[in-house]
Design a protein around this ligand. Sequence first.
Ligand code: PGA
Length: 284
Amino acid sequence: MCRQKGTKPFYSEDVFGPDLNDEATSGQVSQERCPMTTPIIVGNWKMNGLSADSADRVKALLAALASQPVAGTEIVICPPFTQLALLAPQLKGSPVALGAQNCHMDEKGAHTGDIAPGMLTDLGVTHVILGHSERRRDHGEVDETVREKAVAAAKAGLTPIVCIGETEDQRQSGEAQDTIGWQIKGSLPDGFTGVVAYEPVWAIGTGLAATPEDIQTTVAFIRAELVRQFGESGKTLRILYGGSVDAGNAASILAIPEVAGALVGGASLKPDAFLSIIRAVPAH
Ligand code: PGA
C-alpha cells in the first residue's frame, strides 16, 4: 500500500478509494461472541513453549483461576501452532480460550508451512492475532495482507485481534497518528467485529510501556478513526493496549476507560504475572 502525503488525514477516502472494503473482502462473523463490552486479556506466547512447559503453564493458570475465579473478563492464550492441539483439551470447558498467532487468508491449498483458519477452528481455537508488528517486520505483512486474513478468520468463525502501532522512528518524526490511521484504514475490513490491539512497536518487549496519558490520547484517536470508518459499530469495537504490560503497570493501563484490555507478551509466560494482569481488570 503506498502512502501518499497530502492534506491531513493522509489516509482519507480520496487516497484509498472505496475499493478497499468492498463486499468481496468483507467478512461476516458467524460465531457467537462475548459482548463487545467484555474486557479481554490476551496472552501472546510468541515463539515460546515446548510440550511440557506449555502444559505446566496452563495447569498453573487454570488452578489459580479455579481457586479464585475471575468473572466478566475474557481470557485468551495464544501459544505457538505446535501447542494448540496439545492445549485444546486442557482448556476445553475452562475460563480460558485458545487463540493462534497468525493464519493464512485461504481456506486451503498450496501454501507450504501455512495454517488455514479452518484448521484452527478444527482444534477449538476461537481467536487469532493478526498483523502483529513482528509479522509485519519479519514476514513483510502489509495492511492488505492483514485485512484479507481478518476477512478469512472471521468467515471461519474466529475473532481476529488486529494489531496496529507506530515504530520509534514514526513516533519521533511525529507520524504516529498518520501511521495508525493508515493501518486502521488498510487492515480492518468492512464489517469488522473483531478486536483492535494498539501496540506501539517501541514498547514491545522493551520494558518501556507507553504512559497511561499517551495511551489515552492514542486510543481516543483510534476510537475516532474507527467511528469514521465504521460509523455506529466503530463505537463499540474493543481496543486493547499491548507493549510491556506487566503486573506492575497493568492496573493503571486497564483503568483507562477506553482500554478494553491488554495484549500481553513476555508477562503471559509467567502464570503469576499473567494472573495479576487478569486480576487488574477493573470491575465493570
Ligand atoms: P510484550 O509483547 O508484552 O512482551 O511487550 C506484547 C506483544 O508483542 O504482543
